[in-house]
Design a protein around this ligand. Sequence first.
Ligand code: ATP
Ligand code: MG
Length: 280
Amino acid sequence: MKEYIIETKDLDYVYEDGTQALKKLSVSFEKGKKIAIVGANGAGKTTLFLALNGIQKPTGGKVLFDNNEVAFSKKEIINLRKNIGIVFQDSNSQLFSANVFQEVSFGPMNLGLSKEKVRQRVETALEKANIMDLRNKPTHFLSGGQKKRVAIADILAMEPSVIFLDEPTAFVDPVTSNSIMEFFDELSEEGVTVVLSTHDMDKVYPWADYVYVMNNGTVIDEGAPEKIFMNKEILMQAGLEKPFILEVYEEIVKHRPPTEQRRIPRTKEELFEIIQRILK
Ligand SMILES: Nc1ncnc2c1ncn2[C@@H]1O[C@H](COP(=O)(O)OP(=O)(O)OP(=O)(O)O)[C@@H](O)[C@H]1O
Ligand SMILES: [Mg+2]
C-alpha cells in the first residue's frame, strides 16, 4: 500500500488582494519519492509550498501530514516546519548569518540541541552539500550557486522528512545543477521525500518519479513523467515545453516506427541506445 507523507484535499489560497492562487488543489506526496511540480509563471507552485509549510495558512480545504489533518495552530506549524524544509528560489532571502558555519548552525541551535549535536549536524550537512571548504566564508561573498548549496545545507541540518525546493537549479551552472540533482537522488535514497518545482523540463524528465502539472492554481494532470510529457495538449495548456529527449524520440519514431515493444527513453543514454540500434 502507498504511504503518503503529505496530502491536500481541495486546497484554496486567496491572497489579500483577492488573487486566488490555489483552487481546489489536491495532491498526494508519496513517502520517499522524487516529486516534481511543473507549471508556468503564476501557476501557484510557490504559494503551494508556502501553504504546506504553514507560512501562508490555506483559506480552504485540508492538509494532511502523515495522515493527520493539520489545523495550523502555532504548535502544529512549528511541527510542520521541523519536518518540512523549504529551499526558497532566491537564496538571498534565506541566508542571513555572517558566515557559512553560523548560517547552517542557526536552525539546529533553535531546536535546542546540545552544542556537540549542533556541530555534528552542521558538519554532516556541509559535507552532503559539498561545501566543507566554504565553512568560514562570509555568506555575502558567495557566488549564486554556492549560496544555493548553503541554503540546501541549512535545510539538511534540520533533518526534515520532506524537502521542498523552489526552482533549485535556476541561475546555477550546468555542472553544479547536475550535481545538485544527483544529490537530491541520494536524499531520496535515504528516505527523504523530495518535492521540487522547476521550469526546466529537461532536468525534471529523467529525475522525477511522479509529476504534477499545475495551471491557474490547480492540478490539471499528474502521473509518471513519460505519460505527462508525451501529452501535447496538457503541455500546451500548462505552457510547458516537451523535454528534448522526447522530442528526438518522437522524431525517430516518425521515421522508424518501433517493430517491437520499446520503453520510452528517460535518459540520454537510453536515447543513444535506440539511435545506435537503428544505425547498426
Ligand atoms: N503576495 C501576493 N499577493 C497577491 N498575489 C500574489 C502574491 N504572491 C503571489 N501572488 C499571485 O498568486 C499567483 C500564484 O503565484 P505563485 O508565486 O505561487 O506562482 P508560481 O507558480 O510560483 O510562479 P513562478 O513560476 O513565476 O515562480 C500569481 O497570480 C501571483 O500573481
Ligand atoms: Mg514560484
